[in-house]
Design a protein around this ligand. Structure first.
Ligand code: GUN
Length: 283
């Protein structure tokens, strides 16, 4: 069993990005800028945004976090995003999800300029991904693809089971895999017999938010297991969606939690923002 070290790979990518940022500044006088919209006081969202802002600083980006109370109106969020769309110093706009219940998330995401949509959630970018065209791609599934590349894991013809069909993880993950010529099964909460699907898979990718959902009898010998879950238990410990102690001995490769996919999400956010900055239109 080999661990896929997301932290080490993310650090390597951060270093590469930092040197590209210096070059972009030198050659074109561009400093990549990321604006984050953070609504309400969800502790996990605050923690993620803090990590994203810190990473931006470390690689030399300009970044702002626009915090808003949970009582904010739809119109106020839309107006803020419109301002960010117009701001020439901002290359990437990220709205941290989830948003409060009274907010129409789809309408918010759709108002982001697709060229600044570094989270890849705008329907324009989602549609391009599905069509196999160049697009901004959601950071977590993109990070998983980078891990496969780094560890020379070939996807062509592999049976891959994606557990969880969210817009943020499962759906873009499935589309990236299809584009890489894998045979993809996507399961979700209404799937009748989850284990019957995961057991058949060469690669199992799990993003559900259910702690330790995947047990040893659900994975075949030699499988590759990618755990996207980050769950905080009552005792304060962080665990994934895979029962690591049980499942790891069966695997050829597995990602740990923490230190697996999590750091890659941030690395891909930086990478997407750098790409947006490199394509900045100088007016
Ligand atoms: N909430 C959970 N994951 C993500 C993510 O990748 N991007 C944003 N914006 N919100 C999230």
């Amino acid at each position: 069993m080999q661990l896929i070290d997301g932290k080490a790979l993310a650090n390597k990518i951060h270093t590469q990005i930092a040197s590209k940022v210096s070059k972009l500044k030198e050659e074109k006088n561009i400093i990549p800028g990321l604006a984050v919209v953070l609504v309400g006081d969800n502790p996990a969202s605050h923690a993620y945004v803090k990590m994203k802002a810190k990473a931006c600083k470390e690689v030399g980006f300009y970044s702002i976090v626009h915090e808003m109370p949970s009582t904010i109106t739809q119109e106020e969020i839309l107006a803020t995003i419109n301002m960010m769309n117009q701001n020439p110093h901002i290359d990437g706009i990220l709205v941290q999800l989830p948003l409060p219940k009274h907010i129409d998330t789809n309408q918010i995401l759709e108002v982001i300029n697709p060229r600044k949509d570094v989270d890849g959630f705008h329907p324009y970018n989602v549609g391009r991904l599905v069509s196999g065209l160049d697009s901004f791609v959601a950071c977590t599934p993109l990070g998983v693809m980078k891990m496969f590349e780094e560890y020379n894991i070939d996807l062509k013809g592999k049976d891959v089971c994606v557990v969880g069909a969210s817009n943020i993880v499962g759906k873009p993950m499935a589309n990236l895999l299809i584009n890489a010529n894998a045979t993809v099964t996507v399961t979700h909460i209404f799937t009748k017999d989850l284990a019957s699907h995961t057991r058949k898979a060469d690669i199992v990718i799990v993003g559900t938010g259910v702690p330790k959902l995947i047990k040893k009898d659900m994975v075949k010998d030699g499988a590759i297991v990618i755990d996207i879950g980050i769950n905080k238990l009552e005792d304060g410990s962080i665990v994934g969606d895979v029962d690591f102690a049980e499942v790891a001995p069966l695997c050829s490769y597995i990602t740990p939690v923490p230190g697996g996919v999590g750091p890659m999400t941030i690395a891909m956010l930086l990478s997407n923002t750098l790409d947006a900055a490199a394509q900045r239109e100088i007016v």
